[in-house]
Design a protein around this ligand. Structure first.
Ligand SMILES: Nc1ncnc2c1ncn2[C@@H]1O[C@H](COP(=O)(O)OP(=O)(O)OP(=O)(O)O)[C@@H](O)[C@H]1O
Ligand code: NI
Length: 437
C-alpha cells in the first residue's frame, strides 16, 4: 500500500489503517446485588499512529475497556460477556528493514502478514493478507508474548506496576529477557538454534552476578564467563538506553536503585521506559499523570507525546482531564455508563459536540472545588449498571430527553465523516436502534 503524501512534518502522518478494532465489547462483574454491566457494547477503532482519548465520568468503564486489551481483568468477578478486540501486530518493513520507505509510509513498519497464507490472502484473514488477532480469545502464551512487547500499559500508580523487591535494572532487564531473547543470544555470539539456550538458561546466565553468587561465577568455564559478560553488557546497554529515552538522568545509578529510592516522577518515567522498551505498536495509558504534581505532569505528557510521534506508535489515552485530552489527542471517544456515546476528531468534538452528555461535560467548567482528576459535575448521577433496561442510559439526566429515549437504546451512528453519535436527537428512531433495544 503506497500512498502519495508530502511528508513535511517530522511526525508520521496519521494513516487510516486501523491497528485495533473493538466491537460490541462487554465486560460484566458479578456482584451480590446482580450483574454489573460495567462495559456494555463498546465499539471503536484505533488508527495506526494516532492518540485516541477515552474520556468520561468515574466508573463509566474506561479502565476496564483499556485492561480488556491485555486481559488484565479479575475473572471472576469479571466476565467477558461478549464482543471482540481485534489487533493487527506490526512488523519491521521488509522493504527498508525499518529505515522508512515509501511502502511503509516512512514508519519502518508494516502490518504483520497472516501466518496462514503468508500475506497471499485466505479465509482466515478475510483475504486481507494481514494478521489479525482477537485479544479476548488468543492463548495465554500468545498474550504473554504480546503484553509488554506489542501492547504495553502505563498506569496511574507506578508502585503497582513496579516490583519493590527488584532493582530498576533487574525489572527492565526482565522485559528484554522475555521479549528480546534472540537479540541477546546474538549479542553473546550464541546461535539461536543451539540446544539448551531456552529463555530460562539465558536468564540464569544473565542474572548470575546480580545475585552476588561470585563463587558460582568462578566455577563457570572461561567460555561461559565470556558469554555471561557479553549478555550482561548487551542487557545493560539496552536498559540504559531505555532509561535515557525517558530522559532519566544518570541511568547507571538508577539501574542500581530500588523503586522506593526514586521520586514519584522518576518512578513514572521508569514505568514508561519499561512500557516502551520493546517499541510497542499500541500503548494504553490509564491516567498516567494524575498522581503527579502539575509541573511534573506536563513534562511527562510532553515526553509521552514526543516518544509516540517519533516511534509512530498508537496510544489510547484514558483521562478525566479534558484540557489535556484536547492538547494531546487526535481523536476522542466519550464514554457514558459502559458505552461510547460519541467519537470523533478532537477539534470536531470540542467545537461541535453533538451528544447532550458531551455538551454537558464541556460546559461543566471545573471549579477550584473540583477534586483534581475528576470532571466537573453534571446534575444527576450515573444510572445503576445492574441489568440496565432498554433505554438511553443518559435519559434520566438529559434535558433534551424525549419520546423514544426512555424506551429505546440509541446506537452509535455517523453524523458527519468520522464523527459518530448515539442519540435520538441526531438519529430519529430507526429499525436498527429498535432492534437493539
Ligand atoms: N474488580 C472489580 N470488581 C467489581 N466491579 C468492578 C471491578 N472493576 C471495575 N468494576 C466496575 O466497573 C465499573 C467501571 O470501572 P472502571 O474502572 O472501568 O471505570 P473508569 O471509567 O476507569 O473510572 P475512573 O475514571 O474512576 O478510573 C465500575 O463502576 C465498577 O462498577
Ligand atoms: Ni479508570
Amino acid at each position: 500500500m503506497s500512498m502519495e503524501m508530502s511528508d513535511t512534518k517530522s511526525a508520521r502522518p496519521v494513516t487510516p489503517v486501523t491497528i485495533a478494532s473493538v466491537r460490541g465489547l462487554k465486560v460484566h462483574f458479578q456482584s451480590k446485588a446482580g450483574r454489573v454491566h460495567a462495559v456494555d457494547g463498546v465499539d471503536f477503532d484505533v488508527r495506526d499512529g494516532e492518540t485516541l482519548g477515552l474520556v468520561g465520568e468515574t466508573g463509566c468503564g474506561k479502565s476496564v475497556t483499556g485492561r480488556a486489551f491485555l486481559r488484565l481483568l479479575p475473572v471472576p468477578p469479571g466476565i467477558l460477556a461478549g464482543g471482540s478486540v481485534m489487533f493487527r501486530p506490526q512488523t519491521t518493513c521488509p522493504d527498508c528493514q525499518g529505515d522508512g520507505c515509501e511502502r511503509c509510509d516512512d514508519s519502518g513498519r508494516r502490518p504483520a502478514p497472516c501466518p496462514k497464507c503468508r500475506g497471499q490472502g485466505c479465509t482466515t484473514c478475510d483475504q486481507t493478507g494481514i494478521e489479525s488477532l482477537d485479544l479476548l480469545t488468543i492463548s495465554d502464551a500468545r498474550m504473554r508474548d504480546i503484553r509488554g512487547d506489542r501492547i504495553a500499559m502505563i498506569f496511574q500508580d507506578p508502585s503497582k506496576a513496579l516490583n519493590p523487591t527488584l532493582t530498576i535494572g533487574e525489572q527492565l532487564g526482565e522485559v528484554f529477557l522475555q521479549h528480546r531473547h534472540a537479540d541477546l543470544l546474538a549479542a553473546a555470539g550464541i546461535a539461536e538454534d543451539q540446544p539448551g539456550w531456552q529463555a530460562s538458561a539465558l536468564r540464569r546466565l544473565a542474572s548470575q552476578q546480580d545475585r552476588g553468587t561470585d563463587r558460582l561465577l568462578v566455577k563457570l568455564s572461561g567460555a561461559m564467563r565470556r558469554k555471561h559478560r557479553a549478555i550482561r553488557q548487551a542487557l545493560d546497554e539496552r536498559i540504559a538506553a531505555a532509561l535515557s529515552e525517558t530522559q532519566i538522568p544518570n541511568p547507571q545509578r538508577v539501574m542500581q536503585s530500588f523503586p522506593h529510592e526514586l521520586s514519584g516522577g522518576m518512578r513514572q518515567r521508569v514505568m514508561i521506559a519499561q512500557a516502551l522498551a520493546c517499541d510497542p505498536d499500541l500503548i494504553i495509558a490509564d491516567e498516567p499523570t494524575t498522581a503527579l504534581d502539575v509541573t511534573v505532569q506536563a513534562r511527562i505528557l510532553d515526553l509521552v507525546r514526543q516518544l509516540q510521534t517519533s516511534r509512530g506508535s498508537s496510544v489510547i489515552y484514558i483521562s478525566h482531564d479534558l484540557s489535556v485530552v484536547r492538547h494531546i489527542c487526535d481523536r476522542v471517544a466519550v464514554m457514558y455508563a459502559g458505552r461510547v456515546v460519541e467519537i470523533g476528531d478532537v477539534e470536531q468534538l470540542f467545537t461541535n459536540p453533538r451528544h447532550p452528555y458531551t455538551q454537558g461535560l464541556l460546559a461543566a467548567v471545573p471549579t477550584t472545588r473540583t477534586p483534581r482528576g475528576q470532571l466537573a459535575a453534571i446534575p444527576g448521577s450515573v444510572p445503576e449498571l445492574i441489568d440496565p433496561g432498554p433505554s438511553c442510559r443518559f435519559a434520566d439526566r438529559c434535558a433534551k430527553a424525549h419520546g423514544p429515549c426512555a424506551s429505546h437504546d440509541p446506537a452509535l451512528q455517523p453524523v458527519s465523516a468520522g464523527h459518530d453519535v448515539a442519540c435520538f436527537l441526531e438519529h430519529p428512531i430507526t429499525t436498527a436502534s429498535r432492534a437493539r433495544a
